[in-house]
Design a binder for this molecule. Structure first.
Ligand code: PAF
Length: 281
């Protein structure tokens, strides 16, 4: 697997593939890769002739209280994992390559409505940073398809909306969330959990399943959400939200609405913030 840092080198390799009529699948990441990321590569591998991954810790999606400088950077280890999973090309640009006018001077993409709730409400500006960097990466790589994990469900919806609204010629594919045997969704953040916190963390997936079951039994949404948040708080979490939304647009479903729903949880355990979701269908 080849690694390139600059846009011209990236474009030259991809142009060579295009000239041979090959399709390109793309997996954008911030590095510190684990089996969850590798499953995205696997899906891209199955659907495209060539696979490009990016590793870029994007400064514009971190809030002032979120530590951009301390985000784990494990490029050598990431390269080994990507090569093992048959990735063809890694794009690992410097900040100046993606932000030639600096992060503050950058054009910013704002996807309205979808970003005003849930993660967007708790992390103001986060999705502007995500949409902006993903759009820049799409322009550089110009992939036929790009793969995102269902684990970051709201992010997936924001990207889908941006692609549709800006008529970007890329197909967005979703890879299911990978879980540990006990149900915890794989995430780079799991490494920060103490042994006690790790044992407690399985409550998140258990609570999501309980929310689904209670809605199926006809309980009111607001009651189910409140019960889920209280249960997590009693177990030692600080929940930001435990919500049931329409999967399509993250709008609040009407009472009695049962189809096409998703439950989403964000909760802090000690200093680690965990998110997860469960589609009801
Ligand atoms: O999900 C991530 O790792 C990031 O938000 C993404 C999509 C690579 C943009 O920086």
């Amino acid at each position: 697997m080849q690694t390139v840092q600059d846009a011209a080198a990236l474009r030259a390799v991809i142009r060579g593939w295009r000239n041979q009529g090959q399709t390109v699948g793309f997996v954008p990441t911030m590095g510190n890769l684990h089996a969850g990321h590798h499953s995205l590569i696997k899906l891209a591998r199955a659907r495209a002739d060539r696979v490009v991954a990016s590793v870029f810790v994007n400064p514009t999606q971190f809030g002032p209280n979120e530590d951009f400088s301390r985000y784990p950077r494990t490029l050598v280890q990431d390269q080994v994992g990507l090569a093992e999973h048959d990735c063809d090309l890694l794009f690992a640009p410097e900040v100046a390559t993606l932000y030639p006018f600096g992060p503050e001077g950058s054009v910013s993409i704002h996807v309205p409505q979808l970003t005003e709730t849930l993660e967007g409400a708790h992390r103001p500006g986060h999705f502007d940073g995500v949409a902006t960097v993903v759009c820049k990466l799409f322009n550089l790589v110009q992939p036929d398809l790009a793969v995102f994990g269902q684990k970051d469900f709201q992010q997936l919806k924001v990207i889908e909306r941006m692609v549709r609204d800006l008529s970007l010629p890329v197909k967005i594919m979703t890879a299911p969330t990978l879980r540990a045997d006990d149900g915890l969704a794989l995430s780079s953040r799991n490494q920060y959990l103490s042994a006690d916190e790790r044992a407690l963390s399985i409550q998140i997936y258990a609570t999501l399943r309980q929310m689904r079951d209670l809605i199926a039994k006809g309980h009111a949404r607001a009651v189910v959400e409140q019960a889920a948040a209280s249960k997590l708080a009693r177990a030692g979490f600080e929940p930001d939200y435990a919500a049931i939304r329409r999967a399509e647009d993250l709008a609040e479903p009407a009472d009695g609405e049962r189809d096409g729903l998703v439950a989403l949880i964000a909760a802090r355990l000690g200093t680690t913030r965990l998110i997860d979701n469960l589609l009801f269908d």
